[in-house]
Write a protein that binds this ligand. Sequence first.
Ligand code: ATP
Ligand code: MG
Length: 310
Amino acid sequence: LAMASSTVVEVDIGGKLPKVASGKVRDLFAVDEETLLFIASDRISAYDVVMENGIPGKGALLTQMSVYWFQYLKDHIPTLQTHFISRSLPKALESLDRPLYEALGPRSMQVRRLEIVPIESIVRGYITGSAWSEYKKSGTVHGITLPSGLVEGQKLPTPLWTPSTKAEAGAKDENISPQRARALIGDEKVAADVERLSLEIYLVAAARAEETGIVLADTKFEFGLDRANGNAVVLVDEVLTSDSSRFWPKDTWEAHLGKAQPSFDKQFLRDWLTSNGLKGKEGVKVPDDIVEQTAQKYKEACDMLTGKNA
Ligand code: ATP
Ligand code: MG
């Protein structure tokens, strides 16, 4: 249980930099006017509620996956701008105690501080989750009419841009139509760039994931706006991780069509919460075996995607 004791639920940087924000998983600190230290804790949320205990190793795995993808995407989409600057810790932290400093390194990155486009830019290549619920009721996904007769887990005729709102802390993100997302973004060109880039990144990433034996069922991006540079749209936040994506094993996908797919992400935790009547409840302590299995799934996805098993 040495691992569990090093699980970081509260990020501590010894007050060396001002805290800018604290999300469900990350804490953001100001390095300077233009730069943030972006630290992934081991916290885990499901259905927009943060669990009492964390998942050992999760923050480092999320950072490793994001950094891998920022590099991969830059190599494959040369025009793409991302917020990633470096994995090094800022000078201001060098006076920290070694154990603290060393615990921060693997979970941190320095990023460009940007204004955030106020939607969650989801792309779905397969129908599942809330999209499947909506389709069963109305034959639509985020208001988009789809052919009849689709089954759960099926590949969509073409990947869809299916945004959601970016709710304030404590509230739940809500699925919205592309038209409504464009209105929320306000600027037509920015909205068009967000949609185009999201679909392009999804296609590039889904093809890469497939090579490693993973189906990228759906994923969520966030974008920033570089106001000083003609409103350039920049890929920010975490990217293509087990928190922001549904990853399914490719070799068993077909056998599970029409029912829930096994997955390398927090679906496992979601299912445990649901079957124990804890969905959406505050203050849940996740039992050790569920923590352990969730940690394993995150590790497996990271190893497969970043080529450790290749
Ligand atoms: P919330 O902040 O609503 O709790 P969350 O739980 O997804 O959302 P985290 O992932 O824990 O949040 O924290 C990341 C936060 O940092 C998000 O609010 C995201 O919009 C913001 N963010 C990501 N990249 C940048 C950036 N380059 N500049 C400024 N903010 C950013
Ligand atoms: Mg987030």
